[in-house]
Design a protein. Structure first.
Length: 417
C-alpha cells in the first residue's frame, strides 16, 4: 500500500484548525498542525465569509511552508447543525452473475443512494451501510464475489443543513482549495474515540465543549442517533475572567484554561498570577479565580444536565467529554457528580495532536479511509512532485539516505565534526 498524504480542515467557532498527516497501512502520522484565529463563524452560521477565507489561506500557507509542498485539497469537517438521519434501501442487479457481486456493483448501489431524493433544505453528507441482503441472507460485510442475480443494500443517510454546508465549502474553495470529501463532526468524533463500538453495549453521550458552543451527540447500538448544539461554551468563562481582573483576552484565556481547577481541595489564597497596570501591581489567587468562574461553570453544567437527564434516566448511559474545553482540570469530575453517571475524559493520544480541540478533526481521516472503498479512485492533499523533490533535496544535502526516526534522533545527540 502506498503512503497517502492528506490534510483535514475544520472551521471552528473561533479558529481554523488544520491537520496534515501521512497514512500508511492504517497508521496515521501527523506531519503538521495549524490553528489560526478566526471569528467569521459562530458555531452555527457564517458571520464573515471574507475573514474565514483569509484565515484559511494563512493556515494553509503556514502548513505548506513547513512541509515543503503545497496543499491543494482537503477533507472538510462540518458541524452536525440541523442534521437528520434517514433510512434508505436499494436493490441492485448484479452486472455479471457468473462471476458474482463485484466491487463495482457495490459502488453503483452506493451511488444510487446518493442520488435519491431528500428534503430540499438538507444535503447528504455521509452514508453508512447497515447490512446487505443476498439470497435472503443478512450480512454486514460487503458480499464481494458472492453468487447472486441481485442484492439489497440497507443504509443510513446522514444529512446536514444545506445552506451551512454549501457556505463552509464555498469558503474552502475561495481559499484556493479543492474538497476531497466532507465529514460530519459527530462521525469524526465517534471514529477517533471509538464511540460507535462502545455504544453497542450502552448509550454514549459525547459532549464536545468549545468556545461558543457545546455539541452533544447521542450514540446507541453502534449508530449515531442524533446531535444537538447548545449556545453556550467556555468562551463566556474567559470573558468573566477578563471582566473581573481587567486583563487582556489572551491572559484571561491562559488563566482560565491552565489554572482553573474544578476538583481537589478548597482553592488556595496564594497568588498564581501577577501583573502590572497603570503603575500598580496586581495579583490573582486560585480562590479569587474560582470565585469568578464557578457561577458560569455551574450554569453550564445545569444546561448540559437538563439536556442529558431524560436519556440518563431512561437508559444505561455514560458521558464522554472532549473538545478544546476538556483540558480544564476537574471538569469531567464535576460533571460526573452533577449528572450522577460515569463521565470519561477523552484526549487524543496521537503524537502532535494531544488536544481535545483536534478530536473530531483527527477522526475525519479514519472516516474517509473507511468510506474510501465506495469511491472509484483515491485522492491525496499534497502536491507529490513538490513533496518528493523536498525529500530528495534533504537526502542529498545530508547524504544519509532515507531519514528514519532513529537517524533523526541519533543526529540530535551526536556532535557534528
Amino acid at each position: 500500500m502506498e503512503k497517502q498524504l492528506l490534510a483535514a480542515v475544520e472551521i471552528a467557532d473561533h479558529e481554523i484548525r488544520l491537520i496534515v498527516a501521512e497514512i500508511y497501512n492504517t497508521r496515521l502520522q501527523v506531519l503538521k498542525t495549524e490553528r489560526v484565529e478566526c471569528s467569521g463563524y459562530n458555531g452555527k452560521e457564517i458571520t464573515n465569509e471574507k475573514e474565514i477565507v483569509n484565515s484559511l489561506k494563512r493556515a494553509v500557507e503556514n502548513a505548506s511552508k513547513n512541509i515543503g509542498a503545497s496543499i491543494q485539497q482537503v477533507l472538510l469537517l462540518i458541524p452536525s447543525v440541523d442534521s437528520k438521519r434517514v433510512m434508505r434501501r436499494v436493490t441492485k442487479e448484479v452486472s455479471n452473475p457468473a462471476t458474482g457481486i463485484s466491487q463495482n456493483d457495490i459502488q453503483r448501489a452506493y451511488a444510487d443512494v446518493l442520488r435519491m431524493d431528500y428534503e430540499p433544505n438538507l444535503e447528504v453528507i455521509n452514508v453508512m451501510v447497515n447490512k446487505y441482503i443476498v439470497n435472503g441472507i443478512n450480512m454486514k460485510k460487503a458480499p464481494i464475489h458472492d453468487s447472486a442475480e441481485h442484492f439489497v443494500m440497507e443504509t443510513e443517510v446522514y444529512l446536514a443543513n444545506r445552506e451551512l454546508a454549501y457556505g463552509l465549502a464555498a469558503c474552502v474553495e475561495k481559499a484556493g482549495l479543492g474538497i476531497i470529501d466532507i465529514v460530519l463532526d459527530a462521525f469524526g468524533l465517534a471514529k477517533e474515540a471509538s464511540l460507535l463500538e462502545q455504544s453497542a453495549d450502552e448509550v454514549i453521550i459525547a459532549i464536545r465543549l468549545e468556545r461558543l458552543t457545546t455539541h452533544l451527540c447521542l450514540y446507541s447500538g453502534g449508530k449515531l442517533l442524533s446531535s444537538e448544539i447548545l449556545d453556550t461554551g467556555f468562551g463566556s468563562w474567559i470573558a468573566k475572567v477578563k471582566e473581573t481582573f481587567e486583563v487582556p483576552l489572551d491572559v484571561a484565556t491562559r488563566l482560565m484554561i491552565y489554572n482553573c481547577r474544578c476538583d481537589g481541595p478548597a482553592p488556595s489564597d496564594a497568588p498564581i498570577y501577577m501583573w502590572s497596570q497603570n503603575g500598580q501591581t496586581h495579583t490573582c489567587s486560585l480562590a479569587q479565580l474560582m470565585d469568578a468562574l464557578w457561577p458560569s461553570i455551574k450554569q453550564w453544567i445545569v444546561e448540559v444536565n437538563k439536556t442529558c437527564e431524560p436519556i440518563i434516566a431512561a437508559k444505561r448511559a455514560s458521558i464522554v467529554l472532549t473538545g478544546e474545553g476538556a483540558i480544564i482540570q476537574g471538569l469531567s469530575q464535576a460533571l460526573q457528580i452533577a449528572l450522577a453517571t460515569r463521565v470519561n475524559l477523552y484526549i487524543p493520544e496521537t503524537l502532535g495532536v494531544r488536544n481535545g480541540a483536534f478530536t473530531a478533526l483527527l477522526g475525519a481521516f479514519y472516516m474517509y479511509k473507511d468510506l474510501e472503498v465506495w469511491r472509484r479512485k483515491t485522492a491525496g492533499s499534497i502536491n507529490l512532485f513538490e513533496f518528493n523533490a523536498m525529500i530528495s533535496a534533504r537526502k542529498g544535502k545530508d547524504g544519509s539516505g532515507e531519514e528514519t526516526f532513529p537517524k533523526r534522533l541519533k543526529g540530535i545527540f551526536e556532535t557534528k565534526k
